[in-house]
Design a protein around this ligand. Structure first.
Ligand code: XBP
Ligand code: MG
Length: 232
């Protein structure tokens, strides 16, 4: 197989972001005078649902049976999530969330080899832009031929929508691409779009089910080894 494009998940794959997301959610709750606290164990469970707004709704539905929803419930969730995004991007701008080892080199090597790069994530365009501007530099967007983020598709991962959107943008068949993911939901999404998928685990996803993955790594520290396995 000749790899024409590498499609990257963002959260957990390009950077270990989930704890920063968790802290940002907690700051948004405190700022909105809500006595909610998502600790690591609870967040681990809430990660079953992708997307920040969807995760807040899931928490309310499953953990707060007595919560009285405000009249504008959608607006309430949207506002809470916007405040969370503000806290999260501030942490990114403060340089608290570096790219994972090997990522910058992999991107440079792929570009040199003429392989297209793309993003397929459930997180917001704002979060992706801030992470990659800090991690790769101001011209980061020039590196990516498709940038699939957040709410541009109706169904988030594990649905295949975001990967299908990226494939349309790239004008490539699934067989021309590989995906790099960190989670079960991400794997299901990429596989459902027909894309061969490699996993790099992180502390939140290490014990998840990766049946169907082409290979599972605990990181990309050993890039030559990774290239051998993926056939580059
Ligand atoms: C990541 C997510 C995201 C982040 C929060 O999933 O589920 O929801 O946790 O980001 P993936 P937002 O890595 O599979 O894309 O709050 O911006 O949604
Ligand atoms: Mg992920």
């Amino acid at each position: 197989m000749e790899i024409k494009a590498i499609i990257f998940d963002v959260d957990g794959t390009l950077a270990d972001t989930e704890d920063a997301h968790r802290i940002a959610f907690n700051r948004a709750f405190a700022e909105n005078k809500l006595d909610w606290n998502w600790d690591v164990a609870l967040y681990d469970r809430l990660l079953e649902v992708t997307g920040g707004k969807e995760r807040i709704r899931y928490f309310i539905e499953t953990c707060l049976p007595n919560f009285v929803k405000p009249d504008d419930y959608e607006g309430f969730v949207k506002n809470l999530h916007a405040v969370k995004t503000g806290h999260y991007t501030a942490m990114l701008r403060d340089g608290l969330i570096p790219l994972r080892p090997g990522i910058k080199q992999l991107i440079a090597d792929a570009r040199r080899a003429g392989i297209m790069l793309a993003i397929a994530t459930t997180t917001s365009p704002e979060n992706v832009a801030t992470l990659l501007e800090v991690g790769l530099g101001k011209d980061w967007a020039d590196y990516f031929s498709a940038n699939g983020c957040g709410d541009i598709v109706p169904h988030k991962k594990p649905a295949p929508d975001i990967y299908e959107w990226v494939l349309r943008e790239l004008k490539l068949n699934p067989a021309d691409c590989i995906a790099i993911e960190d989670s079960h939901n991400g794997l299901c999404s990429a596989l459902a779009a027909g894309i061969k998928t490699y996993i790099t685990t992180n502390p939140y996803t290490r014990k998840q089910d990766f049946t169907g993955a082409a290979a599972v790594f605990d990181g990309l520290n050993d890039l030559p080894g990774f290239y051998r396995i993926i056939g580059l």
